[in-house]
Every structure is written in C-alpha cells, then in structure tokens.
Design a protein around this ligand. Sequence first.
Ligand code: GCW
Length: 689
Amino acid sequence: MKKILLSITISLLVIHTKADDGHKLWLRDKKALPVNITCSINSPTINIAINELKQAWLGKANASISLRIVKNPALKNDGFIINSSGVEALTEAGILYGVYELLRRQQTGQITTGIIISNPSYNYRILNHWDNPDGSIERGYAGQSIFWRKENAFTVTDNDKKLWQEYARANASVGINGAVLNNVNASPLILNEDYLNRTKAIAAILRPYGVKVYLSAKFSSPMQSGGLKSNDPLDPEVIKWWNNKIKEIYSVIPDFGGFLIKANSEGQPGPQDYNRTHADGANMLADALQPYGGIVMWRAFVYSPNDKDRAKQAYNEFMPLDGKFRDNVIIQVKNGPVDFQPREPFSPLFGSMKKTPVMPEFQITQEYLGHSIHLVFLSTMWEECLQSDTYEYGKGSTVAKCTDGSLRPQKNTAIAGVANIGLDTNWCGHDFAQANWYAFGRLAWNNKLKSEQIADEWIKLTFYETQSITSSNNKLAWEQNFLNPVKQMMLESREAAVNYMTPLGLHHIMSANEHYGPGPWWAPARMRADWTPPYYHKADSTGLGFNRTKSGSDAVSQYNEPLASQLNNPNTCPDNVLLWFHHLPWNFKMKSGKTLWDELCIHYDKGIQQVRAFQKIWDKAEAYVDKERFEKVQRKLRSQMNNAVLWKDGCLLYFQQFSKMPIPAYLERPVNNLDDIIKNDTPQRRRPA
Ligand code: GCW
C-alpha cells in the first residue's frame, strides 16, 4: 500500500516539475476532448486543421464542427468566420487559421460563441531569416540556421523535415504565411541549383501550412554567378539572365513567393552602381516575376558615409521615386529611420509615399535589445510604431493604416519581421523571446491588437499547465501569482530596456559591432563616423543630443504637420524622443521641472530598478514553472541585471565628463568605474555566450 501511495505521489510530482525544454513553444500538448468534424475537402491543409482540432479540442465534448469553404463578402484573403457550426473561409489556409483561432480562444478562455469574423491586416505576413548558406545567422542569438548548414549541406534528413514542419506549424498558428529563407546580405550561391533544390524541399514541408518561401537575391548575381559583364538592370543581357533564372526557380518551386532585396546599402551592390535608380532595379525584377505572381520586397534601409544625418537618407532617396514602381513591388521600411534602436520615432516614409505600397520591417531578433539574454517583450514597441500618427491624411493616419491599405488603395499589403529563430532547442535562445515571434505573427494578422492581450495569450499558452491546475482555486492563484505579475513584467520590459540603455531619445550608443553593451565612447580611428556612437549622441560641454530641427539637419521636415512643428520645439517634443531631435544644454528645463541631466540619471536609474523588480517577480513565480525554464530565465535575468548596471554606469559616467554635474544624491551610486568599463570592453564581453 505504502509503495503504491509513494508511486502516486512521485508521478504527481513528475507532472508538476516535468522538465520543459521550451521546444513546444505556445503549442503544447493538450488533454483533448472528443469532437466530431465534418468537411468535404480532403487536402493536406485541411487534414492539418482536422488533426489540430482533434489534438487540442477543449470545447464541449462530442461537439460537431464543420469546416467549409464559402463565398462571403465579409471575408477577405485568408480571413475566416467562426460560428456555432464551425469555421468558414474563402481558402483552405483561412480554414486553418480559423481553427487555430478557435483553439486559442478555448485555451486562453476567450469567447468562442457568437459570430467571430477575422480578416488579416496584411496579405503578406513574412519572416525574414538572416541565415547564410554556411548555416551561420547574422544577428542570430539562438544557434545556427534551421535551413542551411555547412556539412552535408544538401542532404535533407528526417530531422530537418521534422523541424521545418514544427516551424511551419508555429507560423501558421499565428498567421505567418511567408518566409525569406536567407540573409538580405545575400550570397549569390543561394540561386544555384543545389540551393534551389534544398529550397524546394523546405517549400514542400511549409506549403500545407500556407507558408510560402521567398529568397533574398544578390543584385550582382548576373556577374557573380552568370559570368556576365554587368549587373546593369537596363542591360538586355542582364534582364535575360534574371528572366531565365526566375523561370528556373519557378520550374523548381511553382509557388515561389518572390525576392527580398537589399541594394546599395552597407556595401551591397545595386542599380546605383550603374547610375540607375532603385525603381529601375526593382522594376526589372518585378517584370520578370510578374508572370508567375511573384513580388519584390525592396528595402529602403540605405545610408551613405557622407550623410550629415543618416536618419534622412531613406526618405531622400525614395520619395522622388514615389509612383515609379511596378505594382508587384513593395518598399520594405524599418520601423525607425536609423536602425532598430530600442526606441526610434517612426520612419517618415510611412506617412509620405502615396503611390507606392510600403511595408513595415520589424526586428524580432534582439540585435540592439540585449540579444537572447535580456527579457524584452517587443510587442509594445511594434504597437507604438503601428499606432503612431503620421498625419498623412489628417489626424488618425496611423502607420498601421498607412500600410494596411485602409487609407490608400493598395493591391499588396505586407509586413516583415526579422526572425529570432535558430537550432537552439527552445528556438529563440531565451524562453521569453518566443513571445516576440508570437507577437509578430499576431500583430501581422491584426495590427490593432493590444500588447496586453498578446502577452496574456502567450503566457497562458506557454506556461499554463492544465494538468496541474485542476480546481478553480488553483487557477485563481495561478492568475494572481503568475499570469498577472509576469504579464506586467513583459509589458514593462521594453521601456525598462530603453531606460537603462537609451533613454530620452538617445540612440546607437552601443559598443562596437556586436551591439550589446554600452559604448558611447566607442570611436576607433578610421571608423566610418556614422558607425560610431559620438555621431549620434553628440555629447559636448554644451549639451547632449542630435539636432534634427530646422536649425539642424532638418529631419523634422520629413514629417507631416502638425507633427513636424511639435517635434521641432523642445518644449512640445515628447520626452521619449527629445534627444533624437534636439541637442540640449545639460541644464535644459524638462517638462518635469528637472534638468536634462537629472532626468537622464533618473531614467537610467529607473531602468535598473525595473530589472531588479523583474528578478523578484520571476523568483516569486518559481512554484508555477517547471524547473528547467525557471532556472534558465532566472540566470538570464541575472545577466541582464549585470549588463543593465554596466549600461547605466558606463553611460552616466561617460556623459558626466561633459555635463560636470553630480548624479542626484537620492539615486544609487555607480558601482563600476568608467576606466574599468572601457578597459574591459573587449570583444568577449561584447559577444556574450
Ligand atoms: O542593423 C543592421 C545590422 C546588419 C544588417 C543591417 C540590415 C543584415 O547591424 O547586420 O544586415 O542592419 O538590416 O541590412
């Protein structure tokens, strides 16, 4: 008897503390109830939908659900309707998305009754992988590529297929329907036969999940791979080469999505090498892709070493080309005018291009936000960008509306996220970084969603163990002790990072090329000025910040009124972008009545306090998480804390050399000396494991 009891206790314990490597993401095994499904279609996509329902049904036992393709004017694209009889959509992918939505609602306790109609905000919801053919990933912090590798590069193993399927499923579950499989700093190799065949194998696995494959093409492929004498987009030989190449691609992958192009940016070749414009380059490829239904996503991330203000370059280069692009070209614009900083104002291109579709590019991988070490939920940052008012067509012209077709007629609407996915068991390096992949998909589907809801869903799906929380009492305790504080931590986490890294509109002050630790001092001789922090913070004895007002670089004029005037005036410019637009005296009087210097100190200090609070929240949550994930996150929070203190001490002590003002006595003292921080600012410290 004793023995039996003991084994029961142990098995219960095992359920409670079962190690969890995070590989299942937000799609965890369920104790499903039986469900009856009717559907007249038999196809790979529909079979996935049916299996998902069977595996995860938490609705009424033995309920009857029908899956139907319908014609309904309320539906657009891959949208769906959930009603009492089941899921209806125009397309099979729509059915699949509807099924995932229904299951998500069941799992997260959202309403499943009545009629739910949901259409995607964007037609193209795409992940960009900065994966290289040798398996490395530019700005990847979660291991090597899941698509490419150096050894046995072209063997497709069962393991590969399993992983690609899990990847496709995760994407489909949040509505992502495309993936650019290789780095925008593209290798010409990617268009060679071997790589195209591997792409074909990947496409075959992704296809039933509604995920299309795209590639980044190198503009100089005609010369580098084809042996041509030129890459000039108007040269008939070059045009012919691309036409043949694209024909070849479609013969291998009939539903290939198209190209993503980085041209004349950071040393990449492009049409300007031949005195042609971005439009000449993009249109040449667009014409070749058009017969097959392919698109070109042409990036606007351009700047040159001679610019007085890098933030202005994209607008200057692309605005004169508005209306000159084919209708299967979309201009892909990073959320901010510089480069994925912890905080930037939105790119003025979103509120300016009237005759050319523009798509936002967000960065899911945390290049400037603590890699896979810091816990930073990026949804709030993207929400902030999407909800920013451009005033393009008067008040309420948000970035979301300027890009999703609600303000200007657009054949194609799209959004891209630079993926944070690698071979790490938990895909993203940090268990909480999975939330950023999830959030990107959710916002791409519905750009009006609130981060609060996204965080709520993700925590429930990722951490709520139905097995161990049986009574409603336990559920309440779980919500109070885990869900709510952890959600609060996530929602605050991005602002915390801004506070300890780049408060008040500071930007690009990290050390060296790793973009991890602080480095406002970092400016090696002979380095391009616009790759060094002093170019951006402009700290001197008179003050701090980049003057982008009318008296400075005049970047403010790229914004519409009344925003331009609001930003131009330091008294009306929002504090959170103040030093982005203004160079202000150290004793400038802020809206709070305090000096700029004091506010700077207060913000850095606050960031530290916030991370300390996150540590406490997490430690208190221990009872509600499996040991494996608990300890991993706990360790990472410690490293984040350490790094945050370095940021605060490094930046304040560095800027203090110019301000010559004391850190207010009521704030914590620095615990590191500036010379030590600089001395220890080695590549190792900057590239943490
Ligand atoms: O942020 C910068 C990165 C580069 C990246 C580039 C880009 C892929 O530091 O690594 O290159 O942006 O977006 O093209």
